[in-house]
Design a protein around this ligand. Structure first.
Ligand SMILES: Nc1ncnc2c1ncn2[C@@H]1O[C@H](COP(=O)(O)OP(=O)(O)OP(=O)(O)O)[C@@H](O)[C@H]1O
Ligand SMILES: [Mg+2]
Ligand SMILES: [Zn+2]
Length: 325
């Protein structure tokens, strides 16, 4: 697991703030109790000396160390009981001034010993959804609601091919590790589930704790242009993520404008990611022929050599859904 760095820093800060706020709230309640019930103030004063007393008992040493410590414990229990009674009599719950962390397991530190707490992992996954650029797609497109029934046609090979693709992509996503290296090229006509399946892959990989970036080719090249030409438009994503995200999904390749600049950006992203063995998924409506006509040899030879092609066939699922009503 390696998460998006910015997300990690932000969540870590949020956690330390939560931890501080919880302690401040408890302290404010103690102060309130002390002002209202002076006996509680006296009890808390005695209780706060416990650590010191135990230290003293240990330093003194001797045969009765144990019994001295036991006596301190016993006195504390009595003080606690008395404190509880006083609070109840004053109309407060006994736990009124206890520190109330949002997460009891980690006390809002995000870690239990050195292991990241589930609550922090959850926060990071949610942040990962946000920073993936997938927006609402993450809620509507998953492996769970991807149906193979749309690929039943007169040619059973269409169904069988899709069945294989789903299995491969699901395994790829569910077994994603730091050293996973596999690129995919999803090719096919409109409405056949390329975006849906790549979103499902993204979601699964984010949930495994990796940094995923989803962009359209238009959006990605727009980011590079914004940076290069500084035309007052801000890049949507930090450009370093195009090289560093552990999984990059470039959707709708072929819908962007082609010129020297966009071609060289596209080449750089594809080439860098291959060299660094980082996984990329590219979706396109273009056939191999069309890809070759549109992109330089340097780009297409990499797509052909380093990407596993998944050719989508069938009938536009958008239209099938409309027909079904
Ligand atoms: N097998 C499927 N099961 C359920 N829903 C599907 C399936 N395939 C596609 N859809 C739905 O149909 C719509 C179109 O699919 P999607 O956007 O994935 O197509 P696409 O191949 O990316 O098309 P385009 O080339 O136009 O981008 C989406 O709403 C998607 O959720
Ligand atoms: Mg699509
Ligand atoms: Zn926790």
């Amino acid at each position: 697991m390696s998460y998006n760095k910015e997300d990690y820093v932000r969540i870590k800060t949020e956690f330390s703030q939560k931890y501080i706020r919880a302690r401040e709230r408890a302290q404010a309640r103690r102060n309130e109790l002390h002002a209202k019930i002076p006996e509680v103030w006296e009890i808390d004063r005695l209780l706060s000396k416990t650590g010191m007393e135990i230290m003293e008992a240990i330093t003194k040493g001797g045969v009765d160390t144990e019994s001295r410590i036991a006596a301190i414990r016993k006195r504390n229990e009595a003080l606690q009981a008395k404190r509880g009674e006083l609070l109840r009599a004053g109309g407060y719950p006994e736990t009124y001034s206890d520190v109330q962390y949002e997460c009891r397991r980690c006390g809002d530190t995000g870690y239990v010993d050195t292991v990241m707490c589930e609550c922090m992992k959850r926060a990071l996954v949610l942040a990962g959804y946000e920073s993936s650029g997938l927006g609402g797609l993450i809620r509507t497109q998953s492996f769970d609601n991807f149906s193979l029934e749309y690929y039943r046609s007169s040619d059973p090979r269409e169904y069988e091919a899709m069945q294989r693709y789903v299995t491969w992509l699901q395994q790829f996503a569910e077994r994603f590790e730091k050293d996973t290296y596999q690129n995919w090229l999803l090719v096919g006509a409109t409405g056949l589930g390329k975006t849906h399946l790549s979103t499902a892959v993204a979601k699964t990989v984010i949930e495994r704790g990796f940094d995923v970036l989803y962009v359209t080719a238009v959006g990605m090249l727009g980011d590079f242009e914004a940076k290069r030409f500084g035309n007052g438009v801000e890049a949507k994503h930090d450009l370093s993520r195009y090289a560093e995200a552990e999984l990059l999904i470039i959707d709708d390749l072929g819908t962007e404008m082609t010129n020297q600049f966009t071609l060289s950006c596209l080449y750089d992203v594809i080439n860098q990611r291959i060299n660094q063995r980082r996984c990329t998924v590219i979706n396109t409506n273009l056939s191999y022929k069309e890809l070759e006509a549109r992109y330089s040899e340097r780009i297409t030879s990499r797509l052909l050599g380093e990407y596993r092609p998944l050719i989508f066939k069938g009938t536009d699922v958008r239209r099938q859904k409309i027909k079904k009503g």
